[in-house]
Design a protein around this ligand. Structure first.
Ligand SMILES: [Zn+2]
Length: 158
């Protein structure tokens, strides 16, 4: 591969770091799961499986995340590796809805009356539009998705 520009290097570093984090989380998760599931197996078998499966899961997760990241960063137009970066992100409010939920709270003692707890909040739906641009040919592509957010959550006890 020809020399990478500082921008490409930075992007490569970011993909690598994120893949390492994913790998570490998966490795530790699988290791803990193996230790827990093999609770009744002998100590030796238990640790042996754990030290083999944990790092293996970590390694494969790392490889998978890294190659997905690298594939995503290749410009579809000019083929530049580590060429795609996000240049803008726009959020548009689609809807805003007042939501309400009433729960019965169990009385603390027998002589207390049961109370209702009302939780109110506002649920907002956003459409996010992100624009990716290639360093080299400046080809732009758009990605769209929606997110839901809660805000102004408040509790009313009556
Ligand atoms: Zn390009």
């Amino acid at each position: 591969m020809e020399g990478l520009s500082p921008e490409q290097q930075a992007l490569k570093g970011k993909i690598t770091t994120s893949a390492i984090v994913w790998g570490a989380v998966a490795g530790i998760g699988v290791a803990l799961l193996a230790l827990w599931l093999l609770g009744s197996a002998g100590e030796l078998a238990r640790w042996l499986v754990t030290i083999i499966l944990g790092p293996a899961a970590g390694y494969f997760t790392y490889r998978w995340r890294y190659s997905t990241g690298v594939a995503k960063a290749v410009c579809k137009k000019c083929g530049t590796a580590f060429g795609i970066r996000e240049v803008s992100r726009l959020e548009q409010l689609l809807s805003s809805e007042q939501r309400k939920k009433v729960e019965q709270v169990k009385p603390a003692t027998k002589i207390d009356a049961a109370v209702n707890r009302t939780v109110i909040w506002i649920e907002e739906k956003y459409e996010v539009t992100a624009v990716d641009e290639c360093f080299k040919c400046h080809d732009r592509t758009e990605r769209k998705w929606t997110v839901t957010r809660e805000k102004d959550r408040a509790e009313v006890t009556a």
